[in-house]
Structure formats: C-alpha cells, structure tokens
Design a protein around this ligand. Structure first.
Ligand code: PLP
Length: 394
C-alpha cells in the first residue's frame, strides 16, 4: 500500500463547524468547551462501527473520550481505517489486557520521590503538572492517571515538586508534562517557569505537549511572550501522521519558533496509523517544513489494553532504515523503547556495523554497500613529502 499526498497543500478551515463565528473557532476556550466527550455527541457527527461503540461504552472506566472540534475535522468519518480516527476514538481492543501489559509500564510511580515528579535519570526530572489533556490519545502511557477515569486520585503538587528540584542541584533539566502543561492558565505556566528559572542549577527547561496539535488556538501571542520572557524553553510536540500537519499547526509552530522555542517531535509507532515507511517519510518531511525536528519514534509502551496498536519492532527498524541516508539527516528521529519497569529510553537502531577488529571497521551504507575504515594508526610516510608538507615548504 503506497501512501501519497498532495505536498503543496495544508488542510485548513472550520470543516463541520462552518456556522461558528471565526472568533469563536479561534478561541481555545471555545474549542475546549465544545469538545466531543460522549458517544451520543460522536454519533451525531458520524456512524460508529460496532467495535468503536463497544470501546466508547468502556471509555469511562479507562480513559475519557475527548476530541476538540478542530481535531475532529481531521477524521475521515467515512473510513473506519482513518489513521486519525484510530488515535482518538476508542475501540474494543482497549478492553483486552494482554500478557506483560501494566498500568504503570514505565515504573514511574516507583521512581517518584514526590507525587508527580519522576526522577529516573541522574540529571533530569519529569514533572507531571496536570492530569488533563485537550483530547485523549487511546494509547496513552499515563492513562492510569490522566483524565481521572480510573479513580487514581492524582493531584499534581507544584510546590512539593518545585521544592524537590530546588533541593537537588544535580537536576539540570526539567521536563514539564502530564497531562498537558499547556492546558494550565497563562498565570500558572508563568508561575512555574518563573520558579524554575530562578533555580540556578536548572539549565534546561522543556515542555512535552500535544496542545499545538489538538488545539493550536492555545498558542496565543500572550503565551508566546511568556516563553520568550523565560526562554529558552524547548518543546516536544506529538504528531503521528502527516494529516495532522495542518495550516493551523504550521502557524502555531511558527509562533512558537519566532518566540525562540526550539521544537522537536515525538511519535509513537502505531498499527494502522504510521507503521509504514512512506507515511513516516511524509510526516518527517512535513515536520521539517514546520520548523520541527523529529526527535523520537517510540515503540509503544506496554500499557493495558494497548495490544491492538502494537507494531513489530522489526517494522520500526525497517522504517528507520528507509529514512537514514535516503532523506535529510535532520528528518531522521531516534527509534527508542522506553524499557519496561523503568530502565529509561534505549535506542533501537538498524545495524550498520558488520565487523570491528584491531585493524578495521567494516560497515554498510544506506544502499547496502560494504565499506571499510582502517583503525590502525598509519605507518610513517616514506618517500616524497606529503602534499601538505609541500605546501608548507614552498
Ligand atoms: C523521557 C524522559 C525524560 C527525558 O529523556 P530524554 O531522553 O532526555 O528526552 C526524563 N525523565 C523521564 C522519567 C522520562 O521518561
């Protein structure tokens, strides 16, 4: 199955919401208030499959259903295999718990010195500042705590988290995530960034957010001013499919970039969504055009009810092979598995090295050709002086 797209166009417009004034449509609060959150609302907009109906009925016990009107427009309502639809509309597969799946597959709770703060690596922490998102990805790693469908009772503790970071000089990098940090008010975001910036040992602040993708209207000039004031603030967005790269997202990325926010992208490898080299290539090309550097492709975490999204690791390696060398180096992300139980992110790379000996390394290039690079220190040159020496002499 070959993927093709019109590379010269960027989807834009109000789609099914033509009747709404543009000023409402562009207002992020309006988008949040008008989210699709019930099966009944969904069914007014589209015909659900039996599989989706069963998934929707189960969603309230697992992870809430929520889709912004803006993002709903990207769903092909007539195609049950639409890659956007699969990411947001629950399916019965969510009810299936397979071997090895866990509620907290990354062992985050064991690595939390205070609630909402995960200190797994020596020099950086993950700071979960909210349990809410603009819309819910059905393969969410933190579905145990996000959206509060599971009575997990997660209450982000800003103050405790900030005090922990202040008291730990080894923490030079703070990653704000959740939930989605950009769902907080400007006032709360400014407070958090101001407090973090005031900590001398915190050198690097970044935000993990899918808000630019689900709710580009949230990237207001006022929010960008806050990033400018406390910058550099880095941001990782989360785009999985080229269809998500709309004119609105492109404009939001531009506002962020112009406010000095370097942008990266994290994708999750998902069955029927982006487990295809042509789709991934189209995605990374669109990302570069939006000033976004592809950062990670994740093998999906072993979350409960996720097996219907699972892709063979060999497919992921094949996708990286299809990118490396065949396209812009900047477009090639790292393919990683976040080790189950809390081992951290580990790169899963195609093997280019054939052999390393005392004398040489033998390796293959992107076309499969074999190359050699000698490792022995060169013997002193004999005979006529080298070209370099000649230049110096004359
Ligand atoms: C992903 C992650 C980080 C950041 O890892 P990088 O490889 O630096 O992007 C930090 N802490 C935790 C717990 C994480 O899961």
């Amino acid at each position: 199955m070959a993927y093709s797209e019109d590379r010269s166009t960027w989807f834009e417009g109000q789609g099914l919401w033509q009747h709404v004034p543009a000023s409402d449509w562009q207002d992020w609060i309006w988008q949040l208030k008008n989210r699709i959150t019930t099966t009944e609302q969904l069914e007014q907009l589209m015909t659900l499959t039996a599989d989706e109906k069963a998934g929707c009925a189960f969603a309230n016990q697992k992870l809430a259903l929520a889709i912004t009107p803006y993002f709903f427009n990207l769903i092909d309502r007539y195609d049950p295999d639409c890659p956007i639809r699969k990411q947001l509309i629950p399916r019965s597969g969510e009810m299936v718990v397979s071997d090895g799946e866990m509620l907290d597959s990354l062992g985050e709770d064991q690595h939390s010195p205070v609630p909402g703060l995960v200190h797994r690596y020596p020099d950086r922490v993950l700071f979960l500042v909210t349990d809410r998102c603009a819309a819910y990805c059905r393969y969410c790693t933190r579905s145990r705590l996000v959206s509060n469908a599971q009575d997990y009772n997660f209450h982000p503790e800003f103050e405790q988290g900030l005090r922990y970071i202040e008291a730990h000089p080894e923490v030079r990098d703070v990653l704000l995530s959740g939930g989605d940090p950009l769902l907080l008010s400007d006032r709360k975001i400014e407070h958090l960034l101001a407090r973090l910036r005031a900590i001398k040992h915190v050198e690097f602040i970044r935000i993990g957010s899918r808000i630019p993708v689900f709710l580009p209207q949230r990237i207001t000039p006022a929010l960008c001013d806050i990033f400018k004031k406390y910058g550099p603030i880095w941001m990782s967005i989360h785009v999985n499919h080229p269809k998500e790269c709309t004119a609105e997202l492109k404009a939001a990325c531009e506002r962020l970039s112009f406010a000095g926010v370097p942008l990266g992208n994290q994708s999750v490898l998902l069955k029927g969504v982006n487990d295809d080299a042509e789709v991934m290539k189209a995605l990374v090309h669109r990302l570069l055009r939006m000033r976004v550097r592809p950062y990670y492709i994740y093998q999906m975490d072993l979350i409960t009810g996720g097996s219907h999204f699972k892709v063979d690791v060999r497919k992921g390696i094949e996708i990286i092979k299809a990118l490396r060398g065949h396209t812009t180096g900047y477009a090639v992300p790292q393919y990683v598995i976040d080790a189950p139980g809390g081992g951290g992110k580990v790169p899963i790379n195609p093997d280019y090295v054939e052999k390393i000996t005392e004398d040489e390394i033998v390796f293959r290039n992107y076309e499969g050709g074999v190359y050699r690079y000698p490792l022995k220190a060169g013997a002193p040159a004999t005979g006529p002086a080298s070209a370099v020496q000649s230049i110096i002499v004359h």
